[in-house]
Design a protein around this ligand. Sequence first.
Ligand code: SAM
Length: 239
Amino acid sequence: MKFNIMTLFPDMIKQGLGSSIIGKAQEKNLIEIDTINIRDYAYNKHKQVDDYPYGGGAGMVMQPEPIYEAYKAVASKLNNKPRVIYLTPQGKTFNQEMAMELSKEEELIFLCGHYEGIDERVIDMIVTDEVSIGDYILTGGELAVMVMVDAISRLIPDVLSNGVSATTESFDDNLLEYPQYTRPAVFMDKKVPDILLSGHHKNIDQWRREQSLIRTYNKRPDLLEKAELSEKDKKILDK
Ligand code: SAM
């Protein structure tokens, strides 16, 4: 998977995604993250990329030309025409299902806005998807793209050393994950549930399923509407 990220602040992305699991995935060539500095495509000698909004109002708006030129430069290097995702609070809210869907793409282009946003004309011309990471306003799209790249990358084969853990997380099957425990077995008088020490895998699986259902019911009942529940699951929830 190759992520092509158009931004005014490439260093933020390089620093943010350069270490830990995503950094290692890049070292192993499992993913590639290319940043394109929109300012390099500014027309004027001061490298200005923003201007006052027509019609007045606060703040500055990113101009269309440098973004369009940056896009042309990225697209000319790619074989296919990848989706172009604009990070914006006005987009569809990012979730695990979307991460899963995007992890199947070979290449993606992301466009990070800043200031008051981007001239609408270039959005109309190049953007295929508008995505938000939640109902709040960030200063720029860089943190949002990092969230997306992280969530998508960990679904790519071999990025996580234990392949199983990518498929048993919260939101798989629209349920939250069961509680997790590790050593010590007793911490400040609080014991790990006996069943997890029993070594009886069938009972452990059953306990985890129950916990998953109960947690989802208590913390995110909205998810249960979309979850596929067996008769046994429904009985647990009825209790
Ligand atoms: N004026 C815009 C509006 O009201 O819709 C908000 C602009 S915001 C201050 C600047 C940039 O940050 C946006 O162009 C977008 O790229 C990014 N951004 C802000 N909040 C975001 C969010 N929740 N999800 C994704 N991107 C966001």
